[in-house]
Ligand binder design. Structure first.
Ligand code: PAF
Length: 281
């Protein structure tokens, strides 16, 4: 695997790749890789000639400096994993390679960035769109791959790419779960053994909502979900919403795409998860 730490050397290499007529698939990450990330790389490998993965813990998307400080960093293990799955290129820049000192600008993607996650993590999606915009400009991928676990992130990045006419196709890949249902996340490393047990309430609740979706009103499903999560010890619910999958506004019985999304703190760790309830139109 080729490893680049500067945007110039990476861009130069990819220029040659493109000149050979090869397509480029891109998987942006913040490292602490797990099987969920690897499934994105596999998907990228199936559909592209060359696959680039980036590992960059992006400071501008952390609204809480303590969260940035404790974000897991496991670069050596990550490189091994990427080599094992035969990823072609790793881009692993330092912060000053991506940002100038005190750089500040705002990319307006409309109200999506202020809902749900946006309410609880003010400024988070500004940081995400900034870095993804920069990474897309450096890598210029044909296709970029993101996980469904960050569903709102996918909607906002799609909106950005559409608004700015970025010539990239975006693919959302299914959530990968541990055998007991916990959604894979880099943050799971932070869970204690006890937290790990309590954290299962998130996927259990989403499954319950999915299973009883056809028999209950949306308001009843939400009420039951709030009740299940709120009574789980060690879990502090931030939101559970049954939303329109396109706008993230509250869904109603006529909504075409419906998704249930949850965010909660389990011990010191903030987790998110979701399940598509109605999808396809
Ligand atoms: O999903 C993530 O890991 C990050 O938000 C991303 C897209 C790599 C941007 O930093």
């Amino acid at each position: 695997m080729k490893i680049f730490t500067t945007k110039e050397t990476l861009a130069q290499y990819l220029l040659q790749t493109r000149a050979m007529g090869k397509t480029i698939g891109f998987v942006p990450t913040m490292g602490a890789l797990h099987a969920g990330h690897l499934s994105l790389i596999e998907q990228a490998q199936q559909n592209n000639d060359e696959v680039v993965c980036s590992i960059f813990v992006n400071p501008s998307q952390f609204n809480d400096p303590k969260d940035l400080e404790k974000y897991p960093r496991t670069i050596e293990a990550d490189i091994k994993m990427l080599e094992q799955v035969k990823c072609d290129v790793l881009f692993n820049p330092a912060v000053n390679e991506i940002y100038d000192d005190n750089e500040q600008w705002h990319l307006n993607t409309g109200e999506l960035e202020y809902l749900l996650e946006g309410k609880f993590r003010p400024g988070h999606y500004q940081g995400v769109t900034q870095v993804v915009y920069k990474l897309f400009n450096i890598v210029k991928p044909d296709t970029a791959y993101f996980g469904q676990k960050d569903y709102q992130q996918f909607l906002i990045i799609s909106k950005m790419a559409e608004q700015l006419n970025m010539p990239v196709k975006l693919v959302m890949c299914p959530i990968r779960r541990e055998a007991d249902g916990l959604a894979m996340s880099s943050r799971n490393i932070q869970l204690t053994a006890e937290d790990r047990v309590h954290a299962l309430i998130l996927s259990k609740t989403l499954n319950r909502v999915k299973d009883s979706f056809d028999r209950n009103k949306l308001a009843e499903l939400k009420q039951e979900a709030d009740r299940m999560i709120s009574k789980e010890p060690g879990v502090e619910l931030e939101y559970f919403e049954i939303a329109d999958g396109d706008t993230l506004h509250q869904a109603n019985e006529k909504t075409k795409n419906i998704i249930a999304l949850v965010a909660a703190r389990v011990g010191i760790t903030r987790l998110i998860d979701n399940v598509l309830l109605v999808h396809g139109s």
